[in-house]
Ligand binder design. Structure first.
Ligand code: ZN
Length: 358
């Protein structure tokens, strides 16, 4: 308690204060992937209802989709859509009365241009005396050698720090498939699904002198939802990494690293709680909120089938406009997301924890 921030998008010191508040109070925030204003508004509605702060993030595909699939240049669309989504959130977040962290998801080597393009847009905002567009960006160069990975993380973090932005990096490979980024899930060969604490220490040594970063470590987590039993979650890997950094540098904090849990959909609550104890402040959720949206729309369409084939009911002659109005069925999808996120706020312990003043 005690910490209060103005509602709206947080960055710089306010972002770091929010991360610190999560860890000191033993909770984490859901980081929800969004693709349009329906999903963005649903996430903010859910956060406001639960008095929780929240993380809103876009993948490269989600950002391009936000700009529109009909835009001829989909490379530009990835940057333009991210900017557009960021402006939408920045305008509305304060009116929902919660704090929002704005973030972008996995960017591998092919997507470095996307990240550089977004950083350039934030730099332009700063030159005009305005906040950066995002609180942080993610680089995922975990398929590269550790040195190659950290070289680019250093380069990008050096550009972010003067803009009061942060960086999320990934060490070890999160299994599964998400927007074509991340390795094919293969239960037979999952040694790389577990991050090595020595690699985490190397990242800390090189990045912490530059500025704030967070770390997605792999402890058996997998993108998407699969049949249970294929991969074993081993949250103790997070603790071992924290311990190695703490003992090497003689740090007072039990959890010097700000950790991120990817592939959170479908996880057991016991594993989530353990991960939070070991310094996880952010848990990504995408697959489960996608399904929540689809399931709710699907139920509506099933129940009101005639309205999706006829403007006037063929038997009763009743006009069906009020049933096929997109606001009706898109709203069902939004409510599906809100319902699913209520459970996420519960699992992560962030309910009633918002640090937004008022
Ligand atoms: Zn991920």
């Amino acid at each position: 308690m005690g910490l209060e921030l103005t509602p709206g998008v947080v960055y710089g010191d306010a972002y770091k204060a929010l991360v610190g508040h999560c860890k000191e109070n033993g909770y984490a925030l859901p980081a929800v992937n969004v693709v349009g204003t329906n999903s963005i508004n649903a996430v903010m509605e859910a956060a406001a209802q639960n008095r929780s702060d929240v993380i809103i993030q876009l993948s490269n595909g989600g950002a391009a989709y936000f700009a529109g699939q009909g835009l001829a240049n989909q490379q530009d669309a990835m940057v333009l859509g991210a900017v557009s989504a960021a402006r939408h959130v920045a305008l509305l977040a304060e009116h929902y009365g919660i704090c929002v962290v704005l973030h972008t998801d996995h960017a591998n080597r092919k997507l470095l241009g996307w990240v550089d393009g977004m950083i350039e847009r934030s730099a332009e905002e700063r030159r005009q005396g305005r906040p950066p567009l995002f609180s942080s960006h993610m680089l995922d160069l975990s398929e590269d050698d550790l040195d190659d990975n950290l070289n680019d993380c250093e380069r990008v973090l050096e550009k972010l720090v003067p803009l009061e932005m942060s960086l999320e990096i990934e060490l070890g490979i999160t299994g599964g498939e998400e927007d074509g980024v991340g390795s094919e899930f293969d239960a037979a060969d999952n040694a790389k699904l577990y991050t090595q604490p020595e690699d985490v220490l190397a990242a800390y040594d090189r990045l912490s002198p530059i500025g704030h970063f967070s770390l997605a470590a792999s402890f058996g987590n997998v993108h998407g939802v699969y049949k249970p039993g294929n991969v074993q979650l081993r949250p103790e890997i997070l603790k071992n990494s924290q311990d190695l950094v703490r003992s090497t540098h003689g740090l007072a904090s039990e959890t010097p690293l700000d950790l991120v849990f990817h592939g959170g959909s479908g996880s057991e609550t016991a594993a989530i709680s353990e991960a939070i104890r070991y310094g996880v402040f952010k848990m990504n959720i995408d697959t489960d909120t996608q399904f929540a949206f689809a399931e709710a729309v699907g139920a509506y369409v099933t129940e009101n089938g005639a309205a999706f084939q006829h403007q006037i009911h063929p038997e009763t002659g009743e006009p069906l406009k009020k049933l096929y109005d997109p606001r009706k069925w898109l709203r069902q999808g939004e409510k599906g997301i809100v319902d699913r996120l209520r459970q996420a706020f519960d699992d992560l312990g962030s309910k009633e924890r918002s640090i937004a003043a008022g």
